[in-house]
Design a protein around this ligand. Structure first.
Ligand code: C2E
Ligand code: CA
Ligand code: CA
Ligand code: CA
Length: 280
């Protein structure tokens, strides 16, 4: 037993230490990333399925780490949250998105709209409000409808008033709200009538298994019908094949997003993509 104990120590502890150390290093690097301009905002088109028009895009952050190359947001957003850096990063994302949506509204389509992801911590930030955002939008002569904030279902289960207060602030400013990853979380539908939401994003896990008469097809159809009755538009995530696109369009889904149309790309590339591939 003693030997096993020692074994456990020599085997597991260093592994945990290595993992913790690497998280610590990455968190430290994250601090200098903002100053070092290592973040980049990528854009992925959101396509109106009936017309093919592209008047929306989702902004997705990328980190060009000097040694490690591109680090996925799935890896660094949790570290940004636990270290509190997410607030500053979110402000940077907002400003970049505002700059680019202004450009695409002027050069491409007057109603162009960009979605931003807000993690629960950003959305509920203490004391903070969206006043700074409003002032910045006003300075750029942008209406609130230039932006959509994407939040996840879990937030809406929060019984406190903080979340509904935040949602009302956004609504007053004209900023729209999308419910991201819909169907993966808590699937309590009562909050859909309680809060004023504009878009439902059907999670990729449903889109992936779409086939005629499949259970995911039935679920997606039900979500679309319900959303429309509640006056919400539906965006399907992770559209990778023409068949998925066609099934979704037939089911009445409003918008699609996914590799079939384009992968997320840097702003300058997205600029060229809009010019080459889409009719305004
Ligand atoms: P999300 O909001 O659900 O974003 C969609 C993810 O699906 C993106 O991953 C996108 O690249 C990927 N995707 C798009 N189309 C397809 C497809 O057809 N097939 C597949 N397999 N994947 C597709 P990404 O960019 O790695 O972002 C991961 C997550 O990181 C996002 O999930 C979001 O939760 C978070 N995130 C990204 N940018 C930000 C940000 O600026 N702020 C915050 N708070 N979170 C962010
Ligand atoms: Ca999203
Ligand atoms: Ca999503
Ligand atoms: Ca609404």
């Amino acid at each position: 037993a003693k030997g096993a104990g020692r074994n456990r120590y020599s085997y597991f502890t260093p592994t945990l230490q290595v993992a913790a150390l690497s998280r610590m290093r990455l968190t430290n690097d994250l601090r200098s990333a903002l100053k070092g301009e290592q973040f980049e905002l990528y854009f992925q088109p959101i396509v109106h399925l009936e017309s093919g028009a592209i008047h929306k895009a989702e902004a997705l952050i990328r980190w060009n780490h000097p040694q490690r190359g591109i680090v996925s947001p799935l890896e660094f957003i949790p570290l940004a949250e636990s270290s509190g850096l997410i607030i500053e990063i979110g402000e940077w994302v907002f400003r970049e998105a505002a700059r680019w949506v202004q450009h695409w509204r002027q050069s491409y389509h007057p109603d162009f709209q960009i979605s931003l992801n807000q993690s629960p911590l950003e959305f509920q930030r203490e004391g903070g409000s969206y006043d700074g955002w409003l002032q910045h939008l006003q300075a750029l002569a942008l209406p609130g409808q230039s932006l959509v904030v994407e939040i996840t279902e879990g937030l809406l289960l929060d019984a406190s008033n903080a979340v509904s207060t935040r949602l009302l602030q956004l609504r007053d400013a004209g900023i729209q709200v999308a419910l991201d990853d819909f169907g993966t979380g808590y699937s309590s539908l009562s909050y859909l009538k309680k809060f004023d939401i504009d878009y439902l994003k059907i999670d990729r896990s449903f889109t992936r298994n779409l086939a005629p008469d499949s259970s995911d097809m039935a679920l997606s159809e039900a979500i679309i019908v319900m959303a429309h009755k509640l006056d919400l538009k539906v965006i399907a995530e992770g559209v990778e094949t023409p068949e998925q696109r066609d099934l979704l369009a037939t089911a009445g889904c409003d918008y699609g997003q996914g590799y079939l149309f384009a992968k997320p790309m840097p702003a300058t590339q997205f600029d060229a993509f809009l010019r080459d591939n889409a009719m305004p």
